[in-house]
Write a protein that binds this ligand. Structure first.
Ligand SMILES: *Cc1c(COP(=O)(O)O)cnc(C)c1O
Length: 439
């Protein structure tokens, strides 16, 4: 196995590679410390809050009728894409490959419909309870009513975003009656800004990157006592909203007759931007499946900020610019030059490793998935395929498998999940453009 320093050097050279986390510990060793920071009870509380809001969500978004007002996505086997990936990249992808389709989540069309929406709902509930406008046993359909909307309209919600977080926060805040200001970094796609403005959201644009949009948004919000800032770089509430995904996934696995245990390992690959979404999801999964789940993040070679934050143990002080990496990538949802300090710390002993991916490959994976399975997701999402393709291809990740008892027999029983994090709201003209992009 290469040393941590050798792996970091390859990342700094912007090579497609894997990084295996030297600080990963057996779950039992680290569980108690983690529990002090984010407990199972906190995740269960978040789950109950989303259940309370389900009647409101169902009423406002009939698309959630099927899931009874829960914002949840299908877990889909993608055997044709699995075979195509094996052929195209001359690799072996053992076990069964699934797509977790958060790309198709209701309301926001991305994984941000978990954390982003959860945090806004929690804030609305806090205000309504404080203001005596609600008791917990009320039907939360009251949030669709005029009186509550008028009450919440006194308040402002603000957020800094590369696009998708702004979409989820903007859409939900506006639906609850809040005033909303979304501070968008230069990476944000025009259609995302247009969509938000059409919902009455104020969009402020910056010529700078994501960290700048967050800093300005935070400053603007702190100056207004009626304003609340959703802080992607620090928020525990966002994290909890994402973590709820784990229990829901467990239920889907059970429904599909899939066992996860020492003989049937689960490998999960999630694209990372600032780290909140993949961190929350992976954290939730580790609490349930412990050492039987192996969580890997995937990042663009042009913006591997979470990888470097953990690998160097510099956490939020790490910035890809300090390593001569631009942070500018076609994966707009992953273009965060500095990672979350909270997530890089809490995942230090839980994350198995990372895979990096070039921008060109993102479009190749996008086309491959579309051709094989007739599913289209956005470029950022496609980073999730660097995992299954890389696992046995790189010597270090293959060695990780050997060191963790993932021999050929166990891998043959494995379920591998590429977590598709966004795509449903991409307009038709952009879809066509993506399919035709060759870098
Ligand atoms: C935001 C986002 C991610 C990563 O989430 P972070 O919380 O920023 O790590 C991944 N994929 C897509 C499409 C996203 O929008």
């Amino acid at each position: 196995m290469r040393t941590n320093e050798e792996m970091i050097a390859a990342v700094v050279r912007k090579e497609e590679t894997t990084w295996i986390n030297p600080w990963l510990l057996p779950f039992a060793t680290t569980s108690a410390t983690c529990e002090l920071v984010v407990s199972d009870e906190m995740i269960a509380d978040a789950e109950r809050r989303l259940d309370r809001f389900a009647p409101f969500i169902r009423k406002c978004w009939p698309e959630t009728e099927q899931t009874n007002g829960l914002i949840e996505s299908p877990l889909t086997p993608i055997p044709k894409a699995q075979k195509k990936l094996e052929e195209q990249y001359d690799v072996s992808i053992p076990g069964r490959l699934f797509l977790k389709m958060d790309s198709h989540l209701a309301i926001a069309g991305s994984v941000k419909a978990r954390g982003g929406i959860y945090e806004v709902l929690k804030h609305a509930e806090d205000l309504a309870l404080e203001g005596g406008k609600l008791v917990e046993t009320d039907s939360y359909e009251v949030f669709a009513g005029e009186e509550m909307q008028k009450y919440l309209h006194q308040y402002t919600v603000q957020v800094g975003s590369t696009g998708n977080l702004g979409l989820s926060i903007g859409i939900m805040s506006a639906a609850l009656g809040f005033k909303v200001i979304v501070h968008m970094s230069a990476d944000a796609k025009q259609w995302k800004k247009d969509l938000l403005r059409s919902k009455g959201v104020q969009v402020v644009e910056y010529a700078d990157d994501y960290s700048k949009a967050v800093a300005e948004g935070r400053k603007n919000s702190d100056a207004d006592p009626m304003s609340y800032f959703v802080d992607d770089e620090k928020s525990v509430n966002l994290f909890l909203g994402y973590a709820v995904a784990a229990k829901r996934l467990q239920k889907q696995l059970t429904e599909q007759g899939i066992t996860v245990d020492a003989e049937h390992p689960l490998l999960v690959y999630i694209p990372a931007g600032v780290g909140g979404a993949p961190g929350g999801v992976a954290y939730g999964l580790k609490r349930i499946f412990k050492d039987n789940v192996h969580c890997f993040f995937c990042e663009p070679v042009l913006c591997p900020s979470v990888l470097l934050g953990i690998a160097t143990q510099k956490f939020e002080k790490c910035n890809v610019h300090d390593y001569g990496i631009s942070g500018v990538t076609h994966a707009d949802g992953l273009a965060c030059a500095s990672p979350s300090g909270f997530v890089t710390r809490i995942m230090t002993n839980l994350l198995s490793g990372e895979f990096t991916v070039t921008d060109a490959k993102l479009y190749d994976y996008l086309r491959l998935l579309y051709q094989a399975e007739d599913i289209q997701i956005e470029p950022s999402s496609c980073a999730a395929f660097a995992g299954p393709v890389g696992l046995l291809h790189y010597a270090d990740s293959a060695e990780y498998c050997a060191a963790h008892g993932l021999d050929a027999a166990k891998l043959a029983n494995a379920v591998q999940i590429s977590w598709a994090t966004g795509g449903r709201l991409v307009p038709e003209e952009n879809r066509v453009e993506y399919l035709n992009t060759h870098l």
